[in-house]
Design a binder for this molecule. Structure first.
Ligand code: ADP
Length: 164
């Protein structure tokens, strides 16, 4: 059983993240999308809602599950029998940071390797920060996120709009 973890903040989960998940799904028996709970960043969607909309976005993919974790990634991997981490690479700019992260994780857990999957050409420019920025100015952000994520963001916008 080859179990891989795709860790991240996913704030929000974009079509780029979905693309990497689909590619990982073709390579591994099990893929866990793992949301970092201890991120210092304040999230747009609350954790429970992020979990639910990611779950809905990957419902068509066999062997993919969604979970969250607040400790070290290597601890979660050990506990759940995962031997691989999956990360996406968009451009050469991602490489430096990702390589350092992979080396640290390997140092912490020598059996844990990181596999890098190349983003689809159409998603190389896409990141969660851009989506959050677009969210502030209209509906164009909807083009870049799976439908369940877009629906939750629209509902959030409506709630924020109702506030006095
Ligand atoms: P983190 O919070 O750890 O920076 P993110 O939640 O932003 O991570 O992203 C998780 C992973 O998805 C990272 O490996 C990142 O490189 C990858 N990723 C983000 N956007 C894209 C994209 N458009 N195409 C492919 N991979 C992406």
């Amino acid at each position: 059983m080859r179990h891989a973890i795709f860790p991240g903040t996913f704030d929000p989960f974009t079509l780029g993240h979905l693309d990497i998940t689909e590619r990982a799904c073709a390579l591994f028996d099990r893929v866990t999308i793992l949301l970092a709970r201890n991120s210092r960043k304040s999230a747009l969607l609350p954790l429970e809602e992020r979990l639910a909309v990611i779950q809905a976005s990957v419902a068509h993919l066999p062997g993919v599950s969604v979970d969250s974790h607040s400790g070290l990634l290597v601890e979660y991997a050990g506990k759940h029998g995962a031997t691989t981490l999956v990360r996406g690479l968009r451009a050469v700019e991602d490489f430096d940071f990702e390589a350092r992260l992979a080396q640290v994780n390997r140092r912490l857990s020598p059996g844990l390797d990181t596999v890098f999957l190349l983003a689809a050409e159409s998603h190389v420019y896409l990141n969660s920060t851009i989506v959050r920025e677009l969210y502030l100015y209209g509906d164009e952000y909807l083009r870049f996120v799976p439908a369940p994520v877009g629906a939750a963001m629209q509902a959030l916008k409506a709630r924020e709009g109702d506030r006095p």
